[in-house]
Structures are given as structure tokens and as C-alpha cells.
Design a protein around this ligand. Structure first.
Ligand SMILES: Cc1cc2nc3c(=O)[nH]c(=O)nc-3n(C[C@H](O)[C@H](O)[C@H](O)COP(=O)(O)O)c2cc1C
Length: 354
């Protein structure tokens, strides 16, 4: 028997600092068997270094991107507009960007080119504030039409009305090919982008819509004077599949294999690293910023991909934000808060495995 134990009164005058302990210990016993994982469960991308940091309490370090100082390396990928629900979703997304300090790409602003009917759906700058980037968005087919019709002023006016910092051009030949009401691309997107960049001083970002870019396209993009390349890689929202679901059964059967074509964000990040090194060596690297997106599930994916990139990079998500933004601002706010805390934790304890 411990000789000192009789010195402790049976009920201490001090409140128990760990009053939950018995319930917690009971939980541990009951839940232990439901918490068994195999070795395959472990994330092979990281070394876990539990000795080297305290729990993070400071905000994430700010980062310069697209001419702004961002409070977090995140980006809301272009989504929607032109329906009542889209307006609410955009406004929720913009509020989150303003509150947490990261940027946003609008969904296709085609409906705003010649009319203001849906302007309110896209008018998010007042909610976003002036401290984070905002980009308008158009498909490459629309941009080509504006160029051919000598209507570049319509583009400049669009960006001005939205108080945006520039324009995202989405290059989506697969989506247009499969979309029942899709546009025909009349010349290679590369030619459209070259002409656009020669004729405008707008800040331009280029993205796909969920199948990514192969190495030859990536090489061409990194040699252009773009503000950023947004991967919009495969592995998440698949617009080939989405358009086929809107299509008739015979087209669906014929073209379903096209939904399996594309590049993952990780594959693209490695290619971009290699291409950037080659272009840097030859003095032809002109685009120096990446938005790594497409199939980015969470902060761990985002941390891994941005930390592995040799070009300054942030990570973008579309469907993950959409899921919460649809439910209202509070669910979205909670989601974003948890993701940012998760990112701070990852930065403190996880190192990229060589
Ligand atoms: C509902 C919805 C609408 C979208 N609309 C656009 C669009 O108008 N323009 C665009 O460039 N990309 C659009 N995208 C594609 C996204 O920007 C993104 O590239 C793609 O969803 C892959 O990201 P994710 O896997 O995180 O969803 C849309 C995505 C979703 C889910």
C-alpha cells in the first residue's frame, strides 16, 4: 500500500480538472476495436514528426499570390451562376473568401456578356472585399468569338463591371464535344490564347474543367505571360461524365470512355515541376504561379500538392466548397475553418517524404 495514500481525503476540495476521464476511458475501451486499421491505411506521402512543433495557434503565414497577400493558400474554383440557387451559392462562397482571406474564380460569365439579367448572381466583390483576388470566367469558344468579332471591349467591360482582377479562360474541348448544346472549337485553343494575350492587357488565368492538361499543353501554358495556370485536373468532378448524364443513351454509351481520359493533379504537378525547370534553364518560363485543383479532396491533398510544387502554388477546390455552400453560410464557414486548422496542423507535424 502506498504510505502516502491515506493522506488524501476521499473527496478532494479541489474540483477534478479531468472530470470527463472515466467516460473517456470507457469510450476508449469500447471504440478501440472499431478503430483497427491495416498498414495500407497509412498515408505514404508524409513523414509524421511529432517531436518538432507545438500545436499551432498562430494564423497561417500570409502568401503573395496574384498580386495579393492571401491569408490562406486556397482558391474557390470557378462554378456557377444564372440560377437562383447559384446566386446564393456564389454569395456564400464570396463571404467565406472575404472572411478567411483567399481568392475566387467565378463560374462562366457568358450570360453577362450582353445583358445584366444575372448580374446579381455574380456580383460578389462587395462580399469578397478588396483584399483578395477575384477572376471572371469565360470558355475559350466565347473568347474566340469575341476576338473574331472584334469585341474585346465587351470582355474588358465584363471584368470592370464585376470589379474583377482579370479573366479565367476555361479550355474545355471534351466538355464542349460531349455537351448536347456545346460549342464547336473552330481553331486550337492555343491560337485563341496567343491572340488574346497579344490583344489584351487583362490579367489572364487558363484552366481546364476537370480533366487537366497533358505535358505539351502545360509546356505551352508555362511559356505564356499568364497570371497563373489552374490545373482543373481529373480525379474529382468529371465534366465528361456530367455532360454524358445529360445526353441521350446512345451518345452516353459511345463516349463514356472519354470520361476516363485526363491527368491527376499529382501527375500534373510533377510534370509542371519538370517543365518549369527546363524552361527556367532556357529563360522561357513566363507563367510563374499555379492553382493546383481538380480532385483535391481536403487540406492534406492541398498541403501535399502545394508543398511539392517548385512554382508558387495555391490549391483550388470546386465540389468540396459547393457541397457546403449549398447548405448555407454557417456550414460552409465551419468547413473552411476546419480545413484551415487542419492545414496549420499539417504544416506543423507533417513533412513531405523524399
Ligand atoms: C457545379 C459546377 C459548375 C462548374 N462550372 C464551371 C464554369 O462555369 N467554368 C469553369 O471554368 N469551371 C467550372 N467548373 C469546374 C470547376 O471549376 C473545377 O475545375 C472542377 O469541378 C474540378 O474541381 P473539383 O474536382 O474540386 O470539383 C464547375 C464545377 C462544378 C462542380
Amino acid at each position: 500500500m502506498n504510505p502516502n495514500s491515506s493522506a488524501l481525503p476521499p473527496h478532494s476540495a479541489h474540483p477534478d480538472p479531468d472530470a470527463n476521464a472515466p467516460a473517456r476511458k470507457q469510450d476508449h475501451i469500447e471504440l478501440a476495436f472499431r478503430s483497427q486499421v491495416g498498414q495500407a491505411h497509412l498515408d505514404a506521402r508524409f513523414d509524421y514528426e511529432p517531436l518538432l512543433a507545438a500545436h499551432p495557434t498562430d494564423p497561417l503565414p500570409p502568401l503573395e499570390f496574384l498580386g495579393y497577400s492571401l491569408a490562406a493558400p486556397l482558391w474557390i474554383s470557378s462554378m456557377t451562376g444564372g440560377t437562383q440557387m447559384a446566386g446564393t451559392i456564389n454569395h456564400n462562397l464570396a463571404r467565406a473568401c472575404g472572411e478567411f482571406g483567399f481568392g475566387m474564380g467565378l463560374g462562366s460569365c457568358r450570360s453577362l456578356l450582353y445583358a445584366n439579367t444575372y448580374f446579381d448572381d455574380f456580383n460578389v466583390r462587395p462580399l469578397l472585399g478588396k483584399k483578395v483576388p477575384l477572376y471572371a470566367n469565360l470558355g475559350v469558344a466565347q473568347v474566340d468569338k469575341l476576338l473574331v468579332n472584334n469585341e474585346l471591349s465587351v470582355l474588358t467591360d465584363l471584368v470592370g463591371r464585376l470589379q474583377a482582377d482579370g479573366l479565367i479562360v476555361h479550355v474545355n474541348p471534351t466538355q464542349e464535344w460531349l455537351q448536347p448544346e456545346g460549342d464547336q472549337l473552330l481553331r486550337p485553343p492555343l491560337a485563341v490564347l496567343d491572340e488574346l494575350l497579344a490583344r489584351t492587357s487583362l490579367s489572364i488565368i487558363v484552366k481546364e474543367v476537370g480533366q487537366g492538361f497533358g505535358p505539351a499543353s502545360m509546356r505551352a501554358l508555362l511559356q505564356m505571360p499568364l497570371a497563373a495556370v489552374d490545373f482543373a485536373a481529373g480525379g474529382g468532378t468529371n465534366f465528361a461524365l456530367l455532360e454524358l448524364l445529360r445526353s441521350d443513351p446512345s451518345r452516353r454509351d459511345a463516349y463514356e470512355p472519354l470520361s476516363r481520359v485526363g491527368h491527376t493533379a499529382e501527375e500534373m504537378m510533377r510534370q509542371a515541376n519538370q517543365i518549369a525547370a527546363e524552361l527556367r534553364a532556357s529563360g522561357t518560363l513566363r507563367c510563374q504561379q499555379l492553382i493546383i485543383s481538380g480532385g483535391v479532396k481536403d487540406f492534406l491533398d492541398g498541403y501535399y500538392l502545394t508543398a511539392s510544387s517548385t512554382l508558387p502554388a495555391i490549391y483550388g477546390q470546386a465540389s468540396a466548397f459547393l457541397r457546403h455552400a449549398r447548405e448555407g453560410y454557417e456550414p460552409l464557414r465551419q468547413y473552411v475553418g476546419l480545413q484551415l486548422q487542419g492545414l496549420a496542423y499539417a504544416r506543423a507535424y507533417l513533412r513531405l517524404r523524399a
